[in-house]
Design a protein around this ligand. Structure first.
Ligand code: 5GP
Length: 177
């Protein structure tokens, strides 16, 4: 195995993530008037957040679906978003929670909100584990936010570097050597 060309530094520990998600889950359930909620995870980065978040939302009629979008080439947003995997079900008349790993420029969530709105959900909200406000190019409403971070490239807890490091249990800073 070759030595990686980067060093990793824990930014948000697994324990802090767990505690914050427990709070978010309670808050989401509290603000949800109906018992129903369709949680839509944005592939691939949100898979871990989604898995932990839904377990923290005590609603009896929660459903899970996924939407896939084309991701970054390298570490910069192109602003070009393409749906690579669509929802398996209709969301017409449903309360939908879009679950995203990180809101960076906001272009991905903006595109997805506009796209999902055309399908006439009853309500449409956003949960994001991380937000980098310094990078915002468009405003997106984040209803449930895990952590606000500085303009640094992060990996782990679902977030990748060139397809790897998604399996870290924490969020880490990646320092090139
Ligand atoms: P946006 O469209 O908001 O610029 O970008 C959203 C997507 O960019 C996220 O879903 C994520 O896939 C990717 N992204 C943005 N910032 C980071 C980062 O710091 N690390 C990683 N691994 N991906 C990021």
């Amino acid at each position: 195995m070759s030595t990686p060309a980067y060093d990793l530094e824990v930014l948000i520990s697994a324990e802090r993530i767990r505690a914050r998600i427990a709070e978010l889950g309670q808050e989401i359930a509290r603000r949800q008037a109906s018992r129903r909620l369709v949680c839509v995870g944005v592939l691939k980065g949100s898979f871990m957040f989604l898995a932990d978040l839904v377990r923290a939302i005590p609603l009896p009629e929660l459903e899970v679906d996924f939407i896939g979008v084309s991701s970054y080439v390298g570490t910069e947003s192109t602003g070009v978003v393409r749906i690579t995997h669509d929802l398996a079900r209709s969301i017409e008349g449903e309360d939908v929670l879009l679950v995203e790993d990180i809101v960076d420029t906001g272009l991905t969530v903006r595109y997805l909100l506009d796209n999902l709105a055309t399908r006439h959900p009853r309500s449409l909200q956003v949960a994001a584990l991380l937000e980098k406000p310094a990078r915002a190019k468009v405003h997106v409403p984040i209803d449930f936010r895990g952590f606000t971070i500085e303009d640094r490239f992060v990996v782990g807890y679902g977030l990748d570097f060139d397809g790897r490091l998604r399996n870290l249990p924490h969020v880490a800073l990646l320092h090139p050597r």
